[in-house]
Design a protein. Structure first.
Length: 319
């Protein structure tokens, strides 16, 4: 997603109050303000927190919400989260710190959600030294939630990752999953949510990371009229992406049109070399088309023969 300058961080930044309310179960009326303080914890390239929010409640209480977005399993996640905690604690030692990893990977989540360790060292004097740690954080695995659950909760950040939801359904019945995802995205597009353009755009971009290409899901969204309900070109970073996808679609359409012409020429008995000269398709592609036409002809002949045999048999019975 980074190559298009668009991610769930953008959704979170524009919906931070709503995210905090939905994630922590706090009534929006109890929230005095939510401030993004992420830059304070991005001093080095090696350890850069994704998003850190300072939440102030009307009763005077303050808390820190730290969110990491993870699209793949990281064996060092617990160490990273502990390091983030240390950095935040040094800045805000008297403030409650809540940490969450939002996992949006296509595979099962195998990351640990904390560190529990106790060490004992006996000195020559006989004195026993003990050091221990019991550190935990939350992992929200979007793949564990159904599309219906995410839509019911209306958390704008989780709604941006619908292609990563319902991992079991996605693997068992991909077509049904795609239909449900596109229905949910359409529901977002039809809503009055002020950032629906951004949420739909992130879903579209993220589907490429889950499904490797977005042609099928984009076609379903087009058929369901989603692109008539939102203006994705208003989303920073998406314009070039859309133009690239449109260009790719036109090229694929042209190729299919040329293949249809080549197939008609081959059916009329024109040599492959001559068809290649007119269409500029490769000889290998034309041989594949010729073989496909040959197989279709054989299948058609068999079908007609069987149909004729059935008709003859029925006629014999009537006589």
């Amino acid at each position: 997603m980074g190559e298009y300058d668009i991610s769930a961080k953008d959704v979170l930044a524009q919906n931070k109050d709503e995210f905090v309310s939905k994630t922590l179960g706090i009534n929006p009326s109890e929230i005095k303000g939510v401030t993004v303080i992420t830059p304070e914890f991005q001093e080095t390239r090696e350890i850069r927190a994704d998003e850190v929010l300072l939440v102030e409640l009307n009763d005077g209480k303050k808390m820190i919400i730290h969110i990491e977005f993870q699209s793949s399993n990281d064996k060092t996640m617990e160490g990273r989260m502990l390091e983030y905690y240390g950095k935040i604690y040094r800045h805000y030692p008297d403030t409650d710190i809540i940490q969450t990893v939002l996992y949006t990977g296509s595979d099962e989540c195998t990351m640990k959600n904390g560190i529990k360790k106790e060490n004992h060292l006996k000195l020559p004097s006989g004195k026993l030294i003990t050091s221990s740690i019991n550190f935990n954080y939350a992992i929200i695995d979007v793949g564990d939630k159904t599309i219906e659950e995410i839509m019911e909760e209306q958390n704008p950040v989780e709604m941006s990752f619908l292609p990563a939801a319902d991992r079991d359904l996605r693997k068992k019945n991909p077509d049904l999953f795609l239909d449900k995802v596109t229905d949910a995205i359409k529901e977002i597009a039809e809503s009055n949510h002020q950032h629906k353009n951004l949420i739909v755009a992130v879903n579209l971009i993220y589907s490429k990371l889950i499904f490797e290409d977005i042609e099928k899901i984009a076609e379903l969204l087009r058929k369901k009229g989603v692109f008539n309900l939102v203006d994705l070109r208003t989303v920073p970073g998406i314009k070039d992406y859309i133009e690239e996808a449109e260009k790719r679609g036109l090229q694929q359409g042209e190729e299919k049109g040329i293949e249809k012409v080549a197939a008609r020429m081959l059916r009329k008995g024109m040599p492959i070399e001559e068809v290649q000269e007119y269409t500029l398709l490769t000889a290998e592609k034309l041989r594949e088309l010729a073989e496909k036409i040959k197989q279709e002809t054989v299948n058609d002949t068999i079908s007609k023969t069987l149909s004729k045999a059935k008709t003859t048999k029925r006629g014999a019975k009537l006589n």
